[in-house]
Design a protein around this ligand. Structure first.
Ligand SMILES: C=CC1=C(C)c2cc3[nH]c(cc4nc(cc5[nH]c(cc1n2)c(C)c5CCC(=O)O)C(CCC(=O)O)=C4C)c(C)c3C=C
Ligand SMILES: [Fe+2]
Ligand SMILES: [Fe+2]
Length: 344
């Protein structure tokens, strides 16, 4: 049976122009796993309110970070795909959950090459219904509708794989070597608290009360908050960070529902007010640098820190197409179906 790989990332608008950003945000925010309210209310909120103002503001933000070759997230994902393709024997395709590079096109590309079994690889270290789950659900729907004979296996969240933690820790260490910093902030994309409760397979574990995410539970297989805290804990242990010199926060909240706390912008503010002069920030929920890391963290975060009296502010790049990361993903892919990898 011929095998192939489909890497899937989030996606970006076709251009940083408001009309393309509007189209992209419309598709993204109408996903029932992103804004998880009934269809009519979602349509009213997204089309009636958010899409009236946000595309212009988001387009301005995208313009600040857009590259000659296109959206950083797409360009970086393509580099990763090409480097993995150089290392593995299976055809490697790339798709985005939202936007023009659809999962349907990615599956078709593999099928056209004779692939009968696909390893679906969501490029997210932590599970969330707004990321990993929506990719898996859509891929299965497309399989049923268009590719009924295709077999699809998915790579689950890899947040606590020792080799991933090692690669991430090493990348952080390399980037911060010789840099001046007293505090390392781990900033993850936020999600509404409600998403955590919905993904709780036990239906009673996740209370988001400060202790549930560190109390062992089968719920953690799908608990985004647990998985983020765990990445911070494991990397801090690997880098031998001192207690009190690092913490976790959540960025990019949208709307008025309660989202995971503490918020990154408020944390940066607090660190500055507390007299931290030099800080570094890493964003392990993102595999590729994107709007949320290059604009919200690198530009806005730095502005907040300087306003609060801070001096050096160092952002650690995402793993992107880092050689060790490429080797790690290629190893997992090569092991698929050969050695009994835990990933599939
Ligand atoms: C309810 C809204 C949102 C949820 C839930 C959400 C979860 C989530 N998102 C990412 C990764 C990325 N998000 C990005 C952009 C972005 N995210 C939202 C909203 C939610 N995300 C919006 C509206 C946007 C667009 C930009 C804006 O208008 O602010 C990106 C960047 C894409 C790019 O083109 O660079 C990424 C990546 C994760 C990992 C996640 C849940 C864990
Ligand atoms: Fe997002
Ligand atoms: Fe939890």
């Amino acid at each position: 049976m011929k095998k192939g790989i489909l890497l899937v990332n989030l996606g970006s608008p076709d251009s940083p122009e408001p009309k393309d950003v509007k189209k992209y945000l419309g598709e993204f925010l109408m996903d029932e796993r992103v804004i998880d309210i009934p269809y009519a209310a979602r349509a009213l909120l997204v089309r009636g309110i958010i899409l009236k103002t946000r595309p212009k503001a988001s387009a301005a933000a995208y313009k600040k970070i857009w590259w000659e070759e296109g959206s950083p997230l797409i360009v970086i994902s393509k580099r990763l795909q090409n480097k993995i393709q150089e290392k593995v024997a299976y055809p490697v395709a790339l798709a985005m959950r939202y936007g023009s590079m659809t999962i349907e096109k990615g599956l078709q590309e593999l099928v056209d090459q004779g692939v009968e079994k696909v390893l679906l690889f969501p490029l997210y270290p932590q599970f969330a219904m707004a990321t990993t789950e929506t990719i898996m659900v859509l891929a299965e729907k497309l399989r049923e509708e268009h590719f009924p004979n295709l077999k699809i296996e998915s790579v689950p969240a890899f947040y606590n794989k020792p080799d991933y933690i090692e690669v991430l820790s090493h990348a952080i260490k390399k980037h911060l070597k010789g840099k001046n910093y007293e505090y390392l902030l781990f900033s993850y994309h936020g999600i509404p608290e409600r998403h955590i409760r919905k993904s709780d397979v036990t239906k009673s574990h996740c209370k988001i009360d400060g202790s549930c995410c560190v109390t062992p539970s089968e719920a953690h297989e799908f608990c985004y908050r647990h998985q983020c805290l765990e990445v911070t804990r494991l990397v801090a242990a690997q880098l031998k960070l001192k207690e009190g010199s690092y913490s976790t926060s959540f960025q990019s909240r949208l709307g008025f529902d309660p989202w995971l706390l503490p918020y990154t912008d408020r944390t940066i503010e607090r660190l500055g007010k507390q007299g931290i002069k030099n800080m570094a920030i890493v964003t392990p929920a993102f595999v590729s640098d994107c709007l949320e890391t290059l604009e919200e963290i690198a530009i806005e975060g730095q502005e907040i820190f300087h306003e609060m009296g801070g001096n050096d502010y160092t952002t650690v790049p995402c793993l992107n197409d880092d050689t060790e990361f490429v080797e790690l993903l290629s190893k997992w892919i090569a092991n698929w179906g050969i050695s009994k990898t835990e990933l599939v």
